[in-house]
Write a protein that binds this ligand. Structure first.
Ligand SMILES: [Zn+2]
Ligand SMILES: [Zn+2]
Length: 342
């Protein structure tokens, strides 16, 4: 006797910027697991390799959905809406026990990268990755992930070594740069000056709308941009561009006690020429990777109190049948966050 698992269609990232469809069996919940029906999943720049090279995994790591089945030993009721933390952390290692769940030593996987993610019709997760969001619409709830989570984490990482941040320089006004800008305003107050650069006018306009001081890098250097806005030397620069020359430029521009936070991966940094300055001015180099699970709980009230401000970051909402178009739009650069809804 054989049992036939029911198959459903899901997007298939073929490679070469093409998304087709394939079928997958509906996953079955095991002990400690939840089965979700994803309702919204935001596109992310980190999906570029999947978009270009293809993958057999169903991507989507900024997912919000509803629990439709709960495995043995779980406590989340069926019907609960919430978001999914990307990293499948163990919850038991030294780092997890201290709350550093983005630095788990026995990580089981990454949702949407090596586990099927939120663009599919179903997503199977360990219960500890699920964060309930109450009545918040699920498209908006995705803002808790890479936008507020990653953005806020970068600000808090800078705050570990700098207690009176007045000016921030952000190279890169893509979604992560916009998230850092927004969280700088929400966590440090509206008076903090945030100078933000990019080469895409659409993104700079959005950044300006959100209280940033825009600099088009095609028209001026970062130094000229700071001067143009009457900004003093930045206390913090948060790299969301991932270019070595830009990091070097940021390091050079920092004030005494300045902090360079790198959120972007890729390329490097050379402090050789600046080394003497680096020591004499007591500068700090900090990295920031995603965020810890407990920050979801800290950021939810901030989102609830600032919904119309934060919602500006979501510029496009498309159905899952339009996913090809959604990716073309997003990687065309003229968008904020693009969200797939289903
Ligand atoms: Zn992302
Ligand atoms: Zn762990």
């Amino acid at each position: 006797m054989s049992t036939q698992l029911q198959e459903v269609t899901v997007p298939h990232f073929i490679g070469n910027r093409q998304i087709g469809v394939t079928t997958q069996p509906i996953p079955q919940v095991g002990p400690g697991q939840l089965l979700l029906k994803p309702k919204a999943n935001a596109l992310c720049g980190s999906e570029r390799p999947q978009w270009i090279n293809g993958t057999d995994i169903t991507p989507g790591h900024e997912a919000a959905g509803i629990v439709i089945a709960a495995g043995e030993g779980t406590t989340t009721p069926v019907g609960t809406p919430g978001v999914v933390f990307l990293m499948d952390f163990c919850g038991e290692c030294r780092n997890c026990r201290q709350g550093f769940t983005n630095q788990c030593l026995h990580k089981r996987g990454d949702m949407g990268f090596n586990r099927n993610g939120g663009y599919g019709q179903y997503e199977l997760i360990h219960e500890n990755l699920f964060f309930p969001v109450g009545d918040l619409p699920l498209t908006e709830a995705t803002l808790l992930l890479d936008i507020m989570g990653t953005g806020g984490h970068a600000i808090k990482r800078a705050g570990l070594v700098h207690s009176d941040i007045r000016t921030i320089l952000i190279p890169g006004a893509g979604p992560i740069g916009l998230g850092v800008l927004a969280m700088a305003k929400l966590l440090l107050g509206n008076d903090v000056k945030v100078v933000i650069s990019d080469v895409v006018p659409y993104r700079l306009k959005l950044a300006e709308q959100m209280g940033g001081l825009p600099v088009n890098s095609l028209d001026m250097t970062l130094a000229e941009g700071l001067k143009h806005h009457g900004a003093e030397a930045p206390d913090v620069s948060i790299d969301c561009a991932g270019k070595a020359v830009v990091r070097d430029e940021c390091l050079d521009l920092l004030a005494h006690r300045g902090v360079l936070v790198s959120v972007a991966h890729g390329e490097g940094l050379s402090i050789n020429n600046l080394y003497s300055d680096f020591v004499a001015r007591e500068m700090t180099l900090v990295s920031s990777e995603y965020f810890a699970y407990h920050e979801l709980e800290e950021n939810l009230p901030l989102l609830l109190a600032n919904r119309s401000y934060m919602d500006q970051i979501i510029t496009h909402r498309l159905g899952v049948d339009e996913i090809q178009h959604a990716f073309e739009l997003f990687f065309g650069g003229e968008t904020g966050k693009v969200v797939i809804e289903q």
